[in-house]
Design a protein around this ligand. Structure first.
Ligand code: SF4
Length: 485
């Protein structure tokens, strides 16, 4: 597929959102494993739209097909035939480390002293550069610039005797956020990092006609719905699940550390129809909107979401405030990667391609505009101007999370600190920059509660506080703990 990387980067800047890094799927024990992985990836497309791939095992060989682009464009009957067998893992990607190129697309397949394996992961390994440097000094050759390849080298170089022990050993040596799926000739592995940064769920498709159940793993439960899999449970932080001819086995490769799951999964990344970290995302977002209405009320005529991601919080805000919600901005879902702008430049062209105001709803109205984040502030400014130009008499912006002041090191594509408007400007200065009549953000406490946190902290909030759960230390010295079942 022809792919214009430069334009893609511009598009990313244009939509001014934080981007999720990846989605993973894994299927064990189904004659059409790669088809199910493909469908799952389709449901996870929002987690990465840059490249996608599937690796499968037919019991003897590992097959791989990956390409740049969207899942539906990459896979068809022909390409899916190239990944046969009853086991498959799949990946859809944004790059957070490594160049945005096919070379770094996942899964990554290797043949090493431990056999043939393919690996795909969601997250960011914060000590990958350090490990890589060590290996390179010892003469190892890396084929990609992706941090996933570090896992592969760690597995290959492990002194453990069995593949499962080698994988556990490799996972103990990496630090950061990772939900990993691995396929070998006979086994499927799935694991979450010891802090549980990224989601990873397990499900089952009941077997028919005497066939055993199909075991599935996916970044989000919405992927299970499409393939009729029943959600079983989330993998626990530090857990490694092995699925093979002997059934499903679980062990903890490292002790669970204090849980610091990414709270932004609830704010923006995950789909509202998913259950993430044990809580429906829909419920969290609605609660964020309700809390926001209590914390930052305003006299207004209508609540207008910035579609799509602001919709659920806007419903919550409307319910709590009693102000009716109106879909005053319409999103064009069919915007491709490149667009030719007329020579006479159109003001706010990029945003207008994606959003259009409904003038009849906005004219003369005091509007509460609900969005889920302000990253650089440039897009918010254009949207506020668009709503005003459409006739709104007042525009009050409400954001369903606290100001983003710091970058993410755990697999989310964030700009540099300097480019984050809230890192250097006060809320009042941001209000002035975006041209709103008022601006308010949800409090951190409000966000934590709305996302389901009780008395025990369970979330990373690094991008809102600048305080991170890891010191970027290596975990070389952590020893494994006992098998649980
Ligand atoms: Fe999520 Fe922000 Fe933590 Fe990154 S820094 S893992 S985006 S909460």
């Amino acid at each position: 597929m022809d792919f214009d990387g430069e334009q893609f980067r511009e598009d990313r800047l244009m939509d001014d959102k934080l981007h999720e890094e990846c989605g993973v799927m894994a299927i064990y024990g189904h004659p059409e494993a790669s088809k199910l992985a493909y469908l799952g990836l389709h449901a996870l497309q929002h987690r990465g739209q840059e490249s996608a791939g599937i690796a499968s095992s037919d019991g003897e060989r590992i097959h791989l097909y990956k390409a740049m682009g969207l899942v539906a464009d990459i896979f068809n009957e022909e390409t899916l035939k190239r990944v046969p067998g009853p086991m498959a893992i799949g990946h859809t990607r944004y790059s957070t480390t490594g160049d945005s190129a096919l070379l770094n697309a996942q899964p990554i397949r290797v043949e090493c002293n431990k056999g043939r394996i393919a690996v795909a992961h969601n997250g960011n390994i914060v000590n990958a550069a350090e490990i890589r440097k060590k290996f390179e000094q010892q003469g190892s050759i890396f084929q990609t610039t992706s941090d996933t390849e570090v896992i592969v080298h760690l597995i290959a170089q492990s002194k453990e005797q069995t593949l499962t022990d080698s994988i556990a050993d490799a996972l103990r040596r990496i630090e950061g956020a990772f939900s990993v799926v691995i396929v070998t000739e006979k086994y499927l592995f799935a694991a979450r990092d010891p802090r549980g940064f990224r989601p990873l769920s397990m499900g089952r498709i009941p077997g028919v006609g005497g066939r055993p159940d199909t075991v599935v793993f996916g970044s989000e439960t919405c992927a299970f719905d499409l393939i009729n899999a029943n959600f079983e449970r989330d993998l626990k932080p530090g857990e490694l699940v092995v699925v093979g001819p002997g059934g499903v086995k679980s062990r903890f490769y490292a002790p669970a550390l204090p849980q610091t799951s990414c709270i932004f999964e609830h704010v923006y990344f995950s789909r509202p129809d998913s259950v993430i970290f044990g809580r429906p995302v829909q419920a969290s977002r609605e609660s964020m909107g309700r809390t926001l209405a209590r914390e930052a009320p305003v006299l207004a005529d209508i609540v207008v979401p910035v579609p799509d991601s602001g919709v659920t919080a806007a419903m919550g805000y409307a319910q709590e405030s009693g102000i009716p919600v109106q879909f005053g901005l319409i999103r064009n879902h069919y915007v491709g990667r490149t667009f030719i702008e007329p020579e006479q430049r159109v003001r706010d062209f990029g945003v207008k391609l994606k959003l259009n105001p409904v003038r009849s709803l906005l004219k003369g109205k005091r509007v509460v505009l609900i969005d889920d984040s302000i990253v650089r502030g440039t897009t918010s400014k254009k949207i506020v101007r668009m709503v005003r130009d459409a006739g709104a008499s007042e525009v009050h912006v409400r954001i369903s999370c606290p100001p983003t002041i710091s970058p993410c090191y755990y697999g989310v594509d964030t700009p540099n600190r300097e480019q984050l408007i809230a890192s250097s400007k006060s809320v009042e200065e941001i209000r002035e920059f975006i041209g709103a009549d008022s601006l308010a953000y949800l409090s951190l406490e409000g966000l934590r509660k709305a996302s389901g946190e009780g008395d025990t902290p369970m979330f990373c909030t690094g991008c809102y506080t600048g305080s991170y759960p890891t010191n970027f230390v290596e975990l070389h010295d952590i020893q494994p703990v006992e098998v649980v079942k």
